[in-house]
Write a protein that binds this ligand. Structure first.
Ligand code: GCB
Length: 610
């Protein structure tokens, strides 16, 4: 009985302790203290720093003991045994994946512990302190000064925990247990076509906040009425109720004061006379400030409308064609996950050079630098979650994991004008369970954000009576705003020369985006255009595919696969691949292939209104 009570106590206290704090909006422009830099690490293949020898998690014990790595223990004297020492351990750079930093971790999938010691400059015990992670792949358990703050799962979205109760001015230590093992019921699941980079892959920052602070807000052009801005503010803290919130947009002469309700929430609609709308040609961002007596936050926000009408996509009421490219979050030249503003400049700079006004950030939410920079550069963005291939559709827990990632992405990026599309999934096999999974995701997205468009990368196939006619028969196309599909005619089947005779017949009055097509080529390898792996073959496929797609009456955009070669364990051909998916238009050495120029020329000559 006593034992049951103890287990219950531990379980309940864990639920309370490990409840995740709501995401801080706009950590990006808040002043924080960075914990980026060198962190000590210990590889823990058997997870002995997490479980005791009876395989019970140390962090579920009331008295974890020195064996728990998160205690960062030191021997008390020469008779004391501690079997690890973070301070003597090697270091990894944060942010950064471990695979591309250490040769012996190249293929590592498992548990690795990170530790960093830190002081808090100008520590003030009357303030609240949050610890924010841009992303950790995939599972993270976070401990400060030996106390568990919480846990997070999902490799590409931000999370934060309050640590006020355990923090001191000096000699703090944060320990993060990271586990990037793949599981069939996670999102993504075990099988993908990209490298499973592990580690603390994005920025780590401490935020000092007042007792009551601005937790979240949104401000966007009203979808139904372009003469008004709509939004909300959510406060967090003891005096969040009945508190005044001031919203200012100086350039529009807007200064409005609102009072929060008992939950610290207030919704508002602000009439605007004339607004300089954000677009790909005019990436105008306004400075927006939101303040209370104790907090002030400032953001750069663009206002625009995105909608569909029949088979057109309308940006601010005008038809827009999406000249795009797909991008993985990888800096291939350095090796590994991209994370910095410099990385974003390189990737989006190449997209601009191609003549793009649109990027598909595949196959998971990319770091915030990408969307912030896209806002400034006038690049429209397709954002997606890693609901990819063979997800465990029947599993309600798996659904919740996908929905959580989606909510985290929408929460982070809902104020970004560049983001116009939320994509629910990529190339997922059809079934009733999958249809309801995706339909529920679309519903959840629309409930959170009704200002953007919904899609998913679907698949085509030849029609039953004519192999030259390709069709999309997927009930999910009834749910989406834009019908998107991936197609690899001429690479995974079919002959490039036959593309001339291929017709896509899509019997639905919605805009169509071809979210992938492509062929692999080893940069520098040339030959006649029918020889696989040559630059010439890739360019030939682009030359034949682009006009064929352009014949689709609802053709509204295209994001060829892909900007750069990227690492994938599925691509092990020792001559042509060497661990890279070679469908990039740019090699891992940064050299452009012939097809880069084919696409550039197509975009230049494309007759569209934009
Ligand atoms: C696809 C997938 C993408 C792959 C690509 C390929 O359809 O969506 O993730 O990398 O094909 O190269 O096969």
């Amino acid at each position: 009985m006593k034992k049951i009570a103890l287990i219950l106590f531990v379980l309940i206290s864990n639920i309370v302790l490990f409840a995740q704090d709501n995401l801080l909006q706009n950590n990006y422009l808040r002043e924080g203290v960075t914990l980026n830099g060198r962190w000590n690490y210990i590889v823990d293949v058997y997870e002995s720093g997490y479980y005791n020898y009876r395989r019970e998690p140390h962090d579920e014990s009331e008295n974890p003991g020195a064996g728990a790595y998160f205690m960062n223990a030191k021997p008390k004297d020469k008779t004391d045994r501690v079997e690890y020492d973070f301070d003597a351990a090697p270091t990894l750079l944060v942010p950064g994946d471990w695979n591309s930093q250490k040769e012996n971790l190249y293929y590592y999938e498992g548990t690795l512990w990170y530790k960093k010691s830190f002081d808090v400059p100008n520590y003030d015990s009357s303030k609240r302190y949050y610890l924010h992670f841009g992303a950790v792949n995939y599972f993270a358990d976070v401990y400060v000064n030996g106390k568990k703050l919480g846990a997070h799962r999902g490799g590409f979205t931000p999370f934060n925990f309050e640590m006020s109760k355990v923090l001191k001015a000096k000699d703090n230590f944060v320990v993060v247990r990271v586990d990037n093992k793949r599981f069939p019921d996670e999102v993504p699941t075990v099988s993908t076509d990209w490298w499973n980079y592990g580690g603390i892959t994005r920025d780590v920052t401490i935020y000092e906040l007042s007792q009551t602070f601005i937790e979240d807000y949104s401000i966007q052009l009203d979808k139904a009425n372009s003469k008004q801005l709509k939004g909300f503010t959510q406060l967090n803290g003891e005096s969040k109720a009945n508190t005044q919130v001031v919203v200012k947009i100086p350039e529009l002469n807007i200064s409005k004061t609102y009072t929060t309700d008992s939950k610290g929430f207030v919704e508002f609609a602000i009439p605007v006379k004339k607004i300089n709308k954000w677009s790909d040609n005019n990436p105008k961002l306004y400075t927006v400030s939101i303040s209370t007596d104790t907090d002030k936050i400032s953001d750069k926000i663009g206002f625009r409308r995105i909608e569909t009408k029949g088979s057109d996509i309308l940006l601010n009421g005008e038809k827009v064609f999406l000249k795009g490219i797909s991008i993985h979050e990888e800096n291939v030249m350095r090796g590994g996950r991209a994370h910095s503003i410099e990385d974003a400049r390189v990737l989006l700079g190449w997209a601009k050079e191609l003549g793009c006004n649109f990027v598909r950030l595949a196959h998971y939410p990319h770091n915030e630098n990408m969307v912030r920079l896209a806002d400034k550069m006038g690049l429209l963005v397709w954002e997606e979650i890693p609901v990819y291939w063979t997800i465990d559709w029947k599993n309600m827990e798996t659904y919740k994991k996908a929905e959580t990632q989606l909510k985290e992405a929408v929460t982070r990026d809902k104020n970004r004008a560049s983001v116009i599309i939320w994509s629910m999934a990529n190339e997922t096999p059809q079934s009733e369970e999958r249809l309801s999974f995706l339909t529920n995701l679309a519903k959840a997205t629309r409930a959170l954000d009704n200002t953007r468009l919904i899609t998913a990368a679907l698949e085509d196939h030849p029609s039953a009576d004519d192999k030259n006619i390709m069709v999309i028969e997927d009930k999910f196309s009834d749910v989406v705003d834009i019908v998107s599909f991936n197609q690899y005619y001429g690479w995974y089947g079919g002959k490039i020369e036959d593309l001339k005779n291929i017709r896509w017949e899509i019997d639905i009055d919605k805009p169509v985006i071809i979210s992938e097509f492509g062929a692999a080529a080893l940069q520098g390898f040339h030959g006649d255009k029918s020889t696989m792996w040559t630059e010439d073959n890739q360019a030939y496929l682009y030359e034949e595919t682009l006009p064929a797609l352009a014949r689709i009456p609802q053709f509204s955009g295209v994001t060829p696969w892909i900007l750069t070669d990227f690492r994938s364990p599925r691509r092990m051909h020792d001559v042509y691949q060497n661990g890279y998916n070679r469908k990039g238009l740019i090699s891992e050495t940064g050299n452009k292939k012939k097809a880069f120029y084919t696409l550039q020329k197509f975009y230049k000559n494309l007759k569209t209104q934009n």
